[in-house]
Design a protein around this ligand. Structure first.
Ligand code: NAD
Ligand code: ZN
Length: 252
């Protein structure tokens, strides 16, 4: 690895060590090395639809079976996926910090499987079904045989517990995320293109409140020019290196 990489990793570890409060924001890129496609990465057509055409309330209203085929395919794929070293390293950062909050745009549950605990899932979780009519929620751990699963409370159609394009975020999620962003001393922004609002604005909010923002992403993004530190590497390489530096260097 280059001197630049080592230098940046040490700098990130130093800031984490000095921080009272740490926040992390993750996007689809942190799960890429677990084999989960990012939305924008693949040019992603599914049965001839753009993701934006499947992941909407309008699509569900018009064709719930089609939307469920999409999500059942994603669940089937996810059953094969495990957390990668970046998820594991981030869970380790939580252990090392007194006060840690993970804000994720991912719905894949891999942060929980890796052991992270204080998580705000801004876009919901794909392993939850929610009733379209009565909002009853049900955790699930497999793929339903039914074309459209039914609510055990009211018989209505269940939908995946994720936030679709044009929908509100889960109640309280953005407020909790803003509060974590406002209070943190360091924010790690990992594997997100920083294009989807309101998630993308949280790092600016953190910076305005005095936090250092560290971006971890092999590609330049909307955030890159304003980040305090950019580690232009894959998360599965950069995060374990940061944790190693955090754990091996003596506390001041
Ligand atoms: P995005 O697809 O817009 O951007 C992904 C980013 O990850 C890119 O900037 C890319 O350069 C970066 N990246 C790719 N490989 C990486 C790696 N190995 N290490 C670090 N970074 C890497 O993703 P987004 O910003 O999260 O926005 C997409 C939306 O789609 C989100 O709202 C999210 O909810 C949803 N989504 C979720 C999942 C999931 O749960 N895993 C997957 C796809 C999409
Ligand atoms: Zn119901």
């Amino acid at each position: 690895m280059s001197d630049n990489f080592s230098h940046n990793v040490k700098q990130a570890a130093q800031w984490l060590r000095e921080a009272q409060r740490v926040a992390a924001m993750t996007g689809a890129g942190i799960s890429a090395e677990s084999g989960i496609a990012t939305f924008r990465g693949t040019g992603g057509l599914w049965e001839g639809h753009r993701a934006e055409e499947v992941a909407t309330p309008e699509a569900f209203r018009a064709n719930p079976e089609m939307v469920w085929r999409f999500y059942s395919a994603r669940r089937t794929q996810l059953l094969e996926c495990r957390p990668n070293p970046a998820h594991e390293a981030l869970a380790e950062v939580e252990h090392c910090c007194e006060n840690f909050c993970l804000i994720t745009q991912n719905v894949d549950n891999l942060h929980r499987l890796a052991g992270s605990q204080n998580i705000i899932e801004l876009h919901g979780n794909i392993w939850i079904d929610r009733c379209w009519d009565c909002a009853h929620e049900e955790p699930v751990d497999g793929v339903s045989e039914e074309p459209v699963p039914r609510c055990r409370k009211c018989g209505g159609m269940m939908r995946p517990g994720v936030v679709w394009f044009g929908e509100m975020l889960p109640p309280g999620a953005i407020e909790r995320a803003q509060s974590a962003a406002a209070q943190c001393d360091v924010m790690l922004v990992i594997g997100t293109s920083s294009l989807v609002q309101p998630a993308a604005s949280l790092s600016g909010f953190a910076q305005q409140n005095g936090a250092k923002v560290v971006e971890i992403n092999p590609e330049a993004t909307a955030l890159t020019h304003s980040a305090d530190l950019v580690i232009a590497e894959k998360a599965g390489t950069a995060m374990p290196a940061i944790v190693e530096a955090l754990q091996t260097e003596p506390r001041p």
